[in-house]
Write a protein that binds this ligand. Structure first.
Ligand code: BGC
Length: 708
């Protein structure tokens, strides 16, 4: 484990004490404004704290009963319930079976967040999150423990399904809408896990060593966007950053989060993730969850002068101020009227699934399948009868769940037949085979990029036996498809679809829905190609299931983020490695053409906006949606910069033959990199290429703009 703190971190710490907050430009047009202002809520907190005993304060800064912030009866402050997570409300029960938090027995299982990113539709992120916020309010959840947004660095990470993919710009645009959606319902939204939690393998023993540029350019922008959108809680990560656990790191909390991102509300630890009471109290942390185990020695620390009452008061104040600002104390904890909104939430879940499915391959236009034809479609594989879903704290059971077979029968009727273990003859005789595969991803462990050998063998056998095989992948991230992708007739990436997302899958297969999802990740040919490889300690292998006590007996090990800012497609571009499927890629049943690129002004000054406009035409004979992507390349730079970086996108619906003009405004941040000399964003004069296309590797239009 690295012991010494790098000089730049010390320097940043000094700067954080002496400078004003960095100018922030990573921002959408709106942000959430709480019902009670920060100042007013602060005054209320001060008044109450003047009456609180030390014991009451100490009880408040450590959670209780796993998911609560303790209230104070004599002041009529109720206990505050916190619950997971980004893809819906995790219904929890006590040991005697009663519901934690109160009233809702069920919650909607939404498609997983990485699939939300695959929609490239921020408006959907708002609707999705608003629905979850309403279910929180219905169920007495005052604080949603989401959105999760650690960037996709390693395809094997067990929690990729909970996050928004590899690109900081795409993630930022989705997260800001997510935060506004949740908080518009009066539910506090928690950005997690701050920061550098990019693996689940021994996460409490992982010391992420990340360069300053990578932190600011890759890891933090989604958090920054969430902060700017008005998120009122942040959860620190399990891992260490530069030798200290995030939940007790002054650098992480005070410098990165509070100083650089200008965050002012509540910070909480992840569950059982801090160990040293003095450090926790001194770091800027406000709340230890799920109990105050590490800070149990707070009184001794106070007596010995190692921490002061001001430190404790600072923590209590943030909790109270956040809760007062959102009015969570003086309203009924549950709002049963919102139960009537469940049908709307189901509809939103379905709408997201429709736009999230990514068509990766469609040889000879085998898709869509003609529903009227007399044909035999054999369905087999892992998730045909079992709903694929991500597990861990993000788990949501859902209700009235629709598995793949249910949905296919509804659309294809007698044409489809499920066979658990089809022999070669059955496979050969089928007109089409729909083969389901994928992975069971979860918090607490990483899973291999390659499918188990028996699963690979089965896929190979089927695609080799019947050339009309359509493979459906349900997974939370990339899987190895290299050996069979050229043999499968079609590949459909359907992620974890949520309770009714298989309906959308059947619609895509039958052509009722024209697929429009695009990959929010690059899918490598082999894991060794990827920027995160290798990340396991020498000699270690992935394990399956929770590490349990093994994790605590394990030494802390360093993970060097040697790729720097070259994450995802930035990496594959710089190394000249072709991924199997590139970032931003996804097919449609129609075709699009790009034309007439116009960039104004051609020469601009530092801080000016640049408007990029172009036309997109639907050249096929089906209505469809296209996500146009705008990448920027700095042609002359004093530091190594990626070949292209996503800086804008727009999803547009086009009727056959229709043309629309797309306009995207680029701002200072679109051209800047994080300068480690000034510790700020810097735009360097010179020429920038503007690349417009339908994926990171399918650029149709190229222009240039110059910063004078
Ligand atoms: C997870 C958090 C989650 C918490 C509470 C932890 O294991 O890392 O994301 O919010 O549990 O369920």
């Amino acid at each position: 484990m690295k012991k010494s703190v790098p000089v730049w971190i010390l320097l940043l710490f000094v700067l954080s004490v002496s400078c004003t907050t960095t100018k922030i430009e990573n921002k959408g047009t709106e942000s959430f404004v709480p019902p009670v202002s920060y100042e007013k809520a602060g005054e209320k907190a001060d008044s109450l704290m003047a009456l609180m005993t030390l014991d009451e304060k100490l009880e408040m800064i450590g959670g209780f009963e796993r998911f609560y912030i303790k209230g104070i009866k004599r002041f009529n402050l109720p206990d505050i319930y916190l619950s997971d997570a980004t893809q819906g409300v995790h219904i929890r029960r006590t040991q005697d079976g009663s519901l934690l938090g109160g009233t809702i027995e069920k919650s909607t299982a939404f498609p997983c967040p990485i699939s939300l990113a695959a929609t490239w539709n921020p408006a959907l992120a708002n609707d999705y999150a608003k629905s979850i916020g309403e279910e929180c309010r219905a169920g007495g959840v005052a604080v949603l423990l989401g959105p999760g947004m650690n960037n996709y660095r390693i395809s094997q990470c067990g929690r990729n399904f909970e996050y928004f993919g590899e690109d900081p710009f795409l993630a930022a645009r989705m997260v800001e809408k997510y935060v506004i959606g949740v908080e518009s319902t009066g539910t506090i939204s928690t950005l997690k896990h701050f920061i550098g939690n990019n693996t689940e393998f021994m996460r409490r023993r992982s010391n992420s060593i990340i360069s300053e540029r990578e932190l600011h350019e890759i890891n933090m922008p989604a958090f920054e966007a969430g902060v700017n959108a008005g998120a009122m809680a942040v959860m620190t990560a399990y891992n260490l950053v530069d030798g200290e656990w995030c939940g007790q790191s002054t650098f992480v909390i005070d410098t990165l989060l509070r100083h650089y991102l200008g965050y002012k509300w509540l910070v909480m630890t992840d569950w059982n993730s801090v160990w040293d009471g003095e450090k926790v109290i001194k770091s800027g942390q406000d709340l230890e969850m799920p109990s105050g185990k590490a800070i149990a020695n707070a009184k001794e620390l106070l007596d010995s002068g190692k921490v002061s009452i001001d430190d404790i008061n600072g923590m209590v104040k943030k909790i109270l101020q956040t809760c007062f600002a959102m009015n969570v104390y003086n309203r009924p904890q549950s709002d049963p009227e919102l139960l009537s909104k469940f049908p709307e939430h189901e509809q939103t879940a379905l709408d997201v699934a429709r736009e999230a499915i990514v068509l990766l391959k469609n040889s000879g236009n085998i898709l869509p399948i003609d529903t009227t034809k007399d044909q035999h479609i054999l369905v087999t594989g892992k998730f045909a009868e079992l709903l694929a879903r991500g597990r861990g704290s993000a788990s949501v059971e859902g209700y009235d769940t629709v598995n793949m077979m249910d949905a296919l029968k509804e659309v294809f009727g007698q044409q489809v037949e499920y066979v658990e273990h089809p022999d070669d003859a059955a496979i050969k005789n089928a007109d089409l085979v729909i083969l389901s595969t994928g992975t069971d991803d979860s918090e607490s462990w990483d899973r291999p990029f390659a499918l188990p050998a028996s699963e690979e063998d089965n896929i190979m056998r089927i695609v080799n036996t019947n050339p009309n095989t359509i493979v459906i992948v349900n997974s939370g991230g990339g899987i190895k498809m290299t050996d069979w992708s050229d043999k499968a007739a079609a590949i459909v990436y359907a992620w974890y679809p949520g309770q009714n997302g298989n309906i959308a899958l059947a619609e895509v297969l039958s052509g009722k829905t024209n697929p429009s999802g695009k990959l929010p990740i690059s899918i490598e040919k082999k894991f060794e190609d990827s920027p995160g490889y290798p990340y396991l300690p020498a000699g270690e292998k992935l394990f399956s299931g929770r590490p349990g006590d093994r994790e605590f007996s394990y030494p802390v090990y360093d993970i060097h983020y040697n790729e720097g800012v070259f994450v995802g497609y930035r990496w594959y571009d710089s190394k000249n490695i072709a991924p199997l499927f590139p970032f931003g890629y996804g097919l449609s049943y129609t075709t699009f053409e790009y034309d007439n690129l116009d960039i104004t002004p051609e020469n601009f000054n530092d801080g000016d906006n640049v408007t990029v406009s172009f036309e997109v035409k639907n050249t096929g004979n089906k209505a469809g949606a296209e996500t146009a992507q705008i990448y920027v390349n700095d042609e002359e730079s004093s530091v190594p910069r990626p070949e292209k970086e996503l800086k804008g996108f727009k999803k547009i619906m086009l009727q056959p033959g229709e043309t629309k003009t797309v306009e995207v405004v680029l701002n200072k941040r679109s051209f800047a990199f994080w300068d480690t000399k000034t510790h700020n964003w810097l735009e360097e004069p010179g020429a920038f290429k503007i690349l417009v296309g339908s994926s990171s590797r399918d650029i149709s239009l190229t222009g240039e703009v110059t910063l004078d």
